[in-house]
Design a protein around this ligand. Sequence first.
Ligand code: ADP
Length: 263
Amino acid sequence: DLDARLSINSNDEIGSLAEAINNLAEDLQRYRDTRQEFFANISHELRTPITYLEGYSKVVKDRLYDTDEERDQYLDIIHQESLRLQHLVNDLFELAKMEEGKISLSSEWIDLTEITDNAVRKIQLKANDKGLQLNTHISRSIPLIYGDGLRTEQVLINLLENAVRYTEKGEINVYLQEEPTYVYIAVEDTGIGIPEDELPLIFERFYRVEKSRSRLHGGTGLGLSIAKRLLELQGGEMLVTSTIGIGTRFEIRFMRDEQGEHT
Ligand code: ADP
């Protein structure tokens, strides 16, 4: 701990060595705090659905309900919470692999037009169910980029799911465009928005702007931190801008590769 700071007041090499050791000790302490917080978060996230599962399965098992409808509601909660647990465990596994550097990304020429089309098609139904319009603006002849196609689609699906999740009315616009030095995919929604001071935090593990709202929607708070890292591992980046009550815009960028032929 920090009480163990070395206090040596000299300007020579021993002094700078002491300084280096102190900095190292501080880094270690910070690392321990983060780890502790991380495990506290995991326990909390796991405990909540398990509490529901335990409670509602007991209600059904002991027939502590009055009507079939009531029983079905409890079974529905049990189902939803099982899905949440599954989602959480998958995310945690993905995160663990990344932290250990054990995730292997494939590197090949990928066609972002195809990836955008696929991702949008997969999310279309969810958007329709909520009465949201989902529009694409794909520019012609986007150059191929070097990366992992499946992971990139996964990242995009994540952004689209969030856009649907945090938008109550209006539309979601998806852009695939090229700039002189990079190619980008942007997902713009007309949703609740994110407060400016919280924007940098949303990429942190388990961070949610509004805890209860995100939970209600089945979110784990892990999606964006995973997505951002997956992109960075491929040399891409993720940017976000948002206005409360107006909407949010996420952009993923890939550097253009000189050899990337046009599709
Ligand atoms: P979650 O699984 O909770 O959605 P994410 O890591 O995907 O976790 O997102 C972190 C938080 O960022 C969310 O809980 C939500 O508060 C906020 N967020 C993400 N995308 C949007 C969006 N399109 N509009 C508004 N808020 C968003």
